[in-house]
Design a protein around this ligand. Sequence first.
Ligand SMILES: *[C@@H]1O[C@H](CO)[C@@H](O)[C@H](O)[C@H]1NC(C)=O
Ligand SMILES: *[C@@H]1O[C@H](CO)[C@@H](O)[C@H](O)[C@H]1NC(C)=O
Ligand SMILES: *[C@@H]1O[C@H](CO)[C@@H](O)[C@H](O)[C@H]1NC(C)=O
Ligand SMILES: *[C@@H]1O[C@H](CO)[C@@H](O)[C@H](O)[C@H]1NC(C)=O
Ligand SMILES: *[C@@H]1O[C@H](CO)[C@@H](O)[C@H](O)[C@H]1NC(C)=O
Ligand SMILES: *[C@@H]1O[C@H](CO)[C@@H](O)[C@H](O)[C@H]1NC(C)=O
Ligand SMILES: *[C@@H]1O[C@H](CO)[C@@H](O)[C@H](O)[C@H]1NC(C)=O
Ligand SMILES: *[C@@H]1O[C@H](CO)[C@@H](O)[C@H](O)[C@H]1NC(C)=O
Ligand SMILES: *[C@@H]1O[C@H](CO)[C@@H](O)[C@H](O)[C@H]1NC(C)=O
Ligand SMILES: *[C@@H]1O[C@H](CO)[C@@H](O)[C@H](O)[C@H]1NC(C)=O
Ligand SMILES: *[C@@H]1O[C@H](CO)[C@@H](O)[C@H](O)[C@H]1NC(C)=O
Ligand SMILES: *[C@@H]1O[C@H](CO)[C@@H](O)[C@H](O)[C@H]1NC(C)=O
Length: 775
Amino acid sequence: MTETTISLHMIKMEALLPLLCLLVLMYPYPSSSLPMCTSLRAPVIAKEALAFCPYKGRVCCDSTKDSQLQMQFEAMNISLPDCASAVKSILCATCDQFSANLFRVESQIPLLCNSQDSSLSKQSSTSFCTNVWDKCQNISIRNSPFAPSLKGAAGLPNNASSTLTDLWQSQTDFCAAFGDNDDDESTRYCFDGGPVQLNSTPTPLPPEGLCLERLGDKGYINMAAHPDGSDRAFFSDLPGKIWLATIPTHGSGEPLGVDESTPFVDLTDQVKYDTVFGLMGIAFHPNFTENGRFFASFNCDKEKSTTCSGRCGCNSDVGCDPSKIATSGGADHPCQYHNVVAEYTVNGTSSEPPAKATKGKPAEVRRILTIGLPFTNNHGGQILFGPEDGYLYIMLGDGGGKNDPFMLAQNKKSLLGKIMRVDVDTIPKEADDDLNLWGNYSIPPDNPYSEDKELSPEIWALGLRNPWRCTFDSQRPSYFLCTDVGQDHYEEIDVITKGGNYGWSIYEGHLPVQKNISDSNSSDVIFPAMGYNHYDVNKKEGSAAITGGSFYRSTTDPCMYGSYLYADLYATALWAAAETPTNSGNFTSTSIPFGCGRGSPLECNSVPNTNLAALGYIYSFGEDNKKDVYILASTGVYRVVQPSRCNYTCAKEKGTSPVQTPPSSSSSSSSLEFISSLILVLLTGYMLKDSNNKTKDDDALEAGISNLDCGIENKTTEHIVAISPFEYSVIDKAKVFIPYLQWQAHLKHLLPVEIPSGLKLKGKKWTAHFVPTEN
Ligand SMILES: *[C@@H]1O[C@H](CO)[C@@H](O)[C@H](O)[C@H]1NC(C)=O
Ligand SMILES: *[C@@H]1O[C@H](CO)[C@@H](O)[C@H](O)[C@H]1NC(C)=O
Ligand SMILES: *[C@@H]1O[C@H](CO)[C@@H](O)[C@H](O)[C@H]1NC(C)=O
Ligand SMILES: *[C@@H]1O[C@H](CO)[C@@H](O)[C@H](O)[C@H]1NC(C)=O
Ligand SMILES: *[C@@H]1O[C@H](CO)[C@@H](O)[C@H](O)[C@H]1NC(C)=O
Ligand SMILES: *[C@@H]1O[C@H](CO)[C@@H](O)[C@H](O)[C@H]1NC(C)=O
Ligand SMILES: *[C@@H]1O[C@H](CO)[C@@H](O)[C@H](O)[C@H]1NC(C)=O
Ligand SMILES: *[C@@H]1O[C@H](CO)[C@@H](O)[C@H](O)[C@H]1NC(C)=O
Ligand SMILES: *[C@@H]1O[C@H](CO)[C@@H](O)[C@H](O)[C@H]1NC(C)=O
Ligand SMILES: *[C@@H]1O[C@H](CO)[C@@H](O)[C@H](O)[C@H]1NC(C)=O
Ligand SMILES: *[C@@H]1O[C@H](CO)[C@@H](O)[C@H](O)[C@H]1NC(C)=O
Ligand SMILES: *[C@@H]1O[C@H](CO)[C@@H](O)[C@H](O)[C@H]1NC(C)=O
């Protein structure tokens, strides 16, 4: 099956050459394929069909635009119905969900199909462009949109009427100007008189399973392929170290080549590492091999570090008063803890270029961003360079609190609950006071604030709760997918587009959260492309947390090719999502088994009595330079291998590569404390407070909690809690609450919630108070 991709480089007309630079500037994605409007935003779902233009469902026009088009059309006063209807269809093409792909910049006319067998106009036997010429050539049109202004001619006088033959010598000239004249039939979107119809693609059979091999036993949370394209990749852990590892070739039986004792860089003394905090993200500059620049995103504690001091995310600009926030999760005051993005450099010398460096310098080169966190949970923190635009994307959670109490994720002035997009290649010398930026970066000129001044200039997309892992499809960079961790019910995957509002905390998935939101506030919400309910993965306790994700583009497992893979933190489920038709944005997820293949370098644990791999907790996904996909789990690093190694049938798999017997290895597991920290991060913020106000019962409870590390036994308590007025957690059926500094004041808000059995809560500092049982 051929993939339909839309490329704007199809515009070959000499007449347009001078415009190409402009084009590149205005379209961040030279080859685009998602449904997208000429504004480069996502189409919206129209509640009802448009009154004038024949479009419904996902459209790029609202009713205002629709009536403008109607007025424009009527003013043309076209006498012949056949011509009128062709011209109307052309005007209305701007409402098509694929309009970004149909139009040239600053042309009112979409690319008219100009070939009898165009991939998208099979139904017509003559080209649409020829049809238009035939029907309209002698018909007078006022303010004709077919004026050759793109050829540099002066505009027509206002209200002049003209026929096509007045404006163009011949049908050939006309179609040379407005037709789609690309030679490559397979990569063309053109307008044929009606809505773009994607070639229907057969729904592929879901892969039988995902076969893995275990390459390492450490629980990393980030992986970044080395920008030099080699077989090396960086891995980082939550406490703050980054390692440079060599990836073994398939079938070698070798584990990941990494020396734990020699990290690439050790940032642990800058990083606040605690139950919910740590080194959250790493990113290497696309030109790292030459400039040696790399970036880390982590948390810091204002009380411990003089460089940990930024504006509070709760501030008067966003209608948030920090003094009204009860301190939470062990903070002495709101914004004691910060999210930081900082720049570092390799320990390079002139004789040793950055590409060869095996060490980074732990000294911060430049602070990119510092923002104080009102609460302790939901702070995201992944960073990623856009593969096409080279800008740095920074994911920030809503900053915590149940239901996002200050609605910061919806607040256009707040950076919390957002995906930001900044330029770290152009660092302003002094702060631009007008823009009121939060750090050392500049703003890409086409960020959405350029059209919506209400938005903070950094913002690319809004309405997220805890965007845990985002990824670009390496084949189609317009596909930027983020998994957004849900609160009580729904885990979601969003296709992130410019200026898109993903709904939190008006909605969690499709479920309304805030009862008192007017329609105007929720009309532009983009709902998840896919996701799952908590009870789908955890019928008993209902807990879940989504971990994204990767578009599988390796040839290792040909049956997986093109699927978007994602999983639940608890590793009870993993999904492969297929998009049908290709480029439609319509994803269908299938839950698939995942096993450990023959010849795994390190032995895997299995779920008892099954062929399924027991991964522990799934923290993240990664990709190497060969596009092989990795799962970063609490039990180690897993690579996707040929399905035959797990006895999964995949007809497309050619031959089976020889696999050596692995060296026998003991599988050590990561420290319990580390595991529990990550879960806490992902569950978005259960903060176990170490208290200095011990009561008589504390020791008993402490014993109880540390006994919980092998699963949940409600042997201890019938009461006790936790956390903050907005976050709560309980262990299994027992009502174990973890103390919150000011619990007395908030006791009424505490709700018993269940943490899945298997959650390990062990920490040397954690103690708890008894709280009188309420009923
Ligand atoms: C529209 O065109 C017709 C001739 O085709 C003309 O009689 C009429 O006055 C025009 N209407 C306007 C509003 O110009
Ligand atoms: C348009 O006008 C030209 C010349 O006046 C004539 O040859 C042609 O047949 C006309 N076409 C139509 C469709 O009326
Ligand atoms: C163009 O014509 C319309 C309708 O005849 C009229 O309302 C409008 O004022 C005219 N505009 C100009 C700029 O002459
Ligand atoms: C979405 O995909 C499913 C499964 O392949 C298919 O049945 C459905 O028709 C598709 N929907 C659209 C709108 O294309
Ligand atoms: C990469 O960095 C080097 C050294 O700073 C610079 O000379 C080169 O122009 C950069 N290349 C790109 C593509 O940015
Ligand atoms: C690089 O690191 C080594 C040891 O790790 C140190 O001796 C050397 O001075 C560093 N080089 C630079 C340029 O900082
Ligand atoms: C910009 O970077 C410098 C050097 O790291 C730092 O001192 C300064 O605080 C940064 N500015 C902001 C707003 O973060
Ligand atoms: C809903 O909001 C409106 C306007 O902010 C307010 O007047 C009304 O009391 C609110 N209703 C509820 C039930 O909170
Ligand atoms: C809701 O919409 C109103 C008016 O458009 C706006 O003033 C208000 O700030 C919005 N509220 C939120 C939470 O976005
Ligand atoms: C695959 O099948 C072979 C032969 O049927 C069997 O020996 C082997 O254990 C199976 N391997 C796995 C990973 O299921
Ligand atoms: C401990 O907490 C109790 C109850 O909140 C309070 O009365 C007492 O003063 C506290 N003791 C210390 C040492 O802070
Ligand atoms: C745990 O609590 C539940 C409900 O309170 C109770 O039915 C069960 O027997 C308890 N289990 C143990 C091991 O105490």
